[in-house]
Write a protein that binds this ligand. Structure first.
Ligand code: NAD
Ligand code: IPM
Ligand code: MN
Length: 377
């Protein structure tokens, strides 16, 4: 029997609330399947700053290296908002990304249930059939360039956006793998998003994306298109199906666009993500080493609703499913969780942000019950 080592990082505000809803799945899986789990719970974010005076401990980064997967809630909150970059909760996440070289951030936004057509803030006929994966560069660009922090009397502060050819090429290879593996007979469209009309780093981006596809994946050339980020944002809000496929983009654009894609299926609380150190492996049972992975909802710690028991746990379940699929080789479980999410949404069994009236606990229970039945059946 296989024993998986999984690090649990609940984080701040709604982070622990939604994490609590997926934790019982570990017990359930070990009792029903031939697997076991060694869970290591650690601190990250504001609660880590409060106790250890750093947003993530160096030993946690070390231990994460030896885990099969890392499951994260969310970090941050007003209490810690005055800190400089050394003393901010968010820095814990950035350090984890850099330490594990999680350069590929996969953020799917898919309309999976009729109930979403009515609830989305876009018209039903625009929302139907939307299936967009934001593939965000996650360890470079303006997030990680040299910074000039604003001092008390600062006249200037700055962040620098740099990309190397290799940083762009390796993410393009992940986009190609996703396009070929997820597309079935027809590879998914790859929409590369940049600001090449203004930014030098974007001109390199466009050039390297083109060259990598042409030389390494010539069969995908007809699937590749380039868009300026401002116009892509407009299309996402107006006619999102036009961007079905993969949005291949740099760090900051991907951060912004992935939140924007969440309004199409209805709520930021629905989206999960995988942050990976390489292309996912799609063959079940493959012995090749899997990329490192941190799995977390796309949303933040939602301090405005924390403690009320109304946070949507679906983004956390979705992240759990992606972990099963890409880090744990538990494809059947991943499929079952996805089916559970679809079914509970169909029945309106969800929290208010997604059109239901359940509490976090009740919505979590509905999904877990479905998974339990599926594992028993
Ligand atoms: P947010 O994503 O936390 O919340 C934005 C809005 O969406 C809020 O109105 C919130 O109530 C709602 N929302 C988010 N998740 C939800 C859920 N699961 N169910 C129902 N509604 C949900 O963004 P913010 O308020 O701008 O940021 C709060 C803190 O989170 C900040 O400190 C920010 O830096 C941090 N943050 C952390 C992460 C992360 O941990 N990965 C991601 C984004 C933001
Ligand atoms: C996200 C968050 C993070 C980001 C923050 C918390 C560092 O907004 O994961 O989208 O900006 O990348
Ligand atoms: Mn974000």
């Amino acid at each position: 029997s296989r024993c998986y080592k999984v690090m649990i990082l609940p984080g701040d505000h709604i982070g622990p609330e939604i994490m609590n809803e997926v934790l019982p799945l570990f017990e359930m899986l070990s009792s029903k399947l031939d697997v076991s789990f060694q869970l290591m719970e650690r601190r990250i974010g504001g609660n880590c700053l409060d106790l250890h005076h750093c947003p993530i401990q160096p030993e946690t980064l070390q231990e994460a290296q030896g885990c099969d997967a890392i499951l994260l809630g969310s970090v941050g909150g007003p209490k810690w908002d005055r800190g400089d970059s050394e003393n901010r909760p968010e820095t814990g996440i950035l350090r984890l990304r850099r330490h594990l070289n999680l350069f590929a951030n996969v953020r799917p936004a898919k309309v999976i249930s009729e109930s979403q057509l009515a609830f989305s803030s876009l018209k039903p006929e625009r929302v139907e059939g939307v299936d967009i994966i934001t593939l965000r560069e996650n360890v470079g660009g303006i997030y990680f360039g040299p910074k000039v922090e604003p001092g008390p009397d600062a006249m200037v502060a700055s962040d620098l956006c740099e990309y190397t050819r290799e940083e762009v090429a390796r993410l393009t290879r992940v986009a190609a793998t996703l396009s070929l593996s997820l597309g079935g007979k027809e590879p998914l469209a790859i929409h590369s998003i940049d600001k090449a009309n203004v930014m030098a780093s974007s001109r390199l981006w466009r050039q390297v994306v083109k060259e990598t596809i042409r030389s390494e994946f010539p069969q995908l050339e007809p699937k590749l298109s380039h868009h300026l980020v401002d116009s892509a944002a407009m299309v996402l809000a107006k006619e999102p199906r036009k961007l079905n496929g993969i949005l291949l983009t740099e760090n900051l654009f991907g951060d912004i666009l992935s939140d924007l894609t969440s309004v199409i299926p209805g709520s930021l609380g629905l989206l999960g993500s995988a942050e990976l150190s390489g292309a996912p492996i799609f063959q079940q049972g493959s012995e090749s080493p899997r990329p490192k992975g941190v799995y977390q909802p796309v949303s933040g710690s939602a301090p405005d609703i924390a403690g009320k028991g109304i946070a949507n746990p679906i983004g956390m379940f979705e992240s759990f499913a992606m972990m099963c699929r890409w880090s744990l080789d538990l494809t059947r479980v991943a499929d079952l969780i996805d089916e559970a999410i679809r079914t509970t949404l169909d029945r309106g069994e969800c929290t208010i942000d997604a059109g239901g009236n359940l509490s976090t606990r009740e919505a979590g229970q509905a999904i877990r019950r479905f998974v339990q039945d599926g594992l028993s059946g």
